[in-house]
Ligand binder design. Structure first.
Ligand SMILES: C[S@@+](CC[C@H](N)C(=O)[O-])C[C@H]1O[C@@H](n2cnc3c(N)ncnc32)[C@H](O)[C@@H]1O
Length: 290
């Protein structure tokens, strides 16, 4: 793709369009396929309307087989997929798809819980109300790109004011880390503990991400909150990387990718959403630092 196909929203079936793309060009895929039997996307080829769960999973996996081919060896896939109750039984769809992807050769690296603090209340009385979804991080090879520093979060337990023994004396001081200075060589302050307590950019990002549903939540089912996918793009793609969403919907992924200085590619079956996504991305300004 050098690179006529870049920075576009393409209309068509995800698998068929992906099959036309060259191999190993994409740095990062962030996507949310239609959930099983949740909504009608008004097209005969839509994913999500299959008559059995097994057919749905097979169909989703076919798309991700093509995703795997177009992704670089260093690439990552961030997959949000919803679950469903059928006859009172939770289907476990996210994990069934995840295990199918592992069988396809993907490396499952993280099951991130997207906690929705403003999830809709529900009248259910015989089980807890669901207020989370999964966001899986898959890698295409063990040597995948991941910029942990780009998405560090504030230290919670240990701060400059921390009374933890040694904490106050080391935080933010020159020669004050366990790597240098009076605590040099103390293994209990090394590596993970140092990262946890003293890393100047914050602690390594955790696996529970609390992100409210955005105001667009009724306009199009499963619109990503921008804050949910920012960390995926920041950690999962280099600064000039190519970010793909094969089920692009209203275009949240390409919009955030463009804002963050990445190149983008989106695919959707429904021309209505292609138009919405294209307009939304076009309105997004390129970052000043480019
Ligand atoms: C869950 S929505 C994605 C929403 C998106 N994350 C956003 O932020 O707006 C899934 C999208 O997949 C599209 N879709 C369904 N079947 C498809 C297929 N076979 N190929 C490509 N897109 C498809 C639907 O039209 C819908 O826009």
């Amino acid at each position: 793709m050098n690179e006529p196909i870049c920075n576009q929203i393409i209309c068509g079936d995800a698998r068929a369009i992906l099959q036309t793309l060259p191999s190993k060009r994409v740095d990062c895929i962030v996507t949310s396929p239609p959930y099983y039997k949740q909504r009608d996307y008004e097209h005969s080829l839509q994913v999500g309307n299959e008559s059995t769960v097994e057919d749905y999973i097979r169909r989703v996996l076919q798309v991700f087989a093509e995703c795997q081919r177009v992704l670089k060896d260093t690439g990552t896939l961030w997959l949000n997929i919803g679950d469903k109750f059928s006859d009172g039984q939770l289907l476990g769809l996210p994990w069934r798809v995840a295990f199918g992807l592992v069988d396809q050769g993907w490396i499952l690296r993280s099951d991130i819980i997207w906690h929705k603090p403003n999830a809709m209340p529900h009248s259910v009385k015989n089980r807890p109300t669901v207020d989370h979804e999964y966001l899986f991080l898959f890698a295409n090879s063990p040597d995948y790109y991941y910029d942990a520093d780009a998405i560090r979060e504030p230290h919670v337990t240990f701060t400059g004011e921390s009374r933890m023994r040694g904490g106050r004396n080391h935080f933010g001081k020159r020669n004050g880390t366990p790597e240098q200075g009076k605590n040099e060589g103390k293994s209990n302050l090394h590596d993970g503990r140092w990262d946890q307590a003293f890393h100047p950019l914050g602690r390594n990002k955790r696996t529970v991400w609390s992100v409210p549903l955005g105001k667009n939540r009724d306009a199009h089912f499963a619109v990503f909150p921008e804050r949910l996918i920012e960390p995926c793009i920041l950690a999962g793609s280099p600064s000039d990387g190519l970010v793909l969403d094969p089920f692009v919907g209203t275009g949240t992924v390409p919009t955030v990718a463009k804002r963050l200085g990445r190149r983008y590619l989106g695919i959707d079956l429904n021309p209505k959403y292609v138009a919405i996504a294209t307009e939304r991305v076009d309105q997004e300004q390129l970052p000043l630092f480019r």
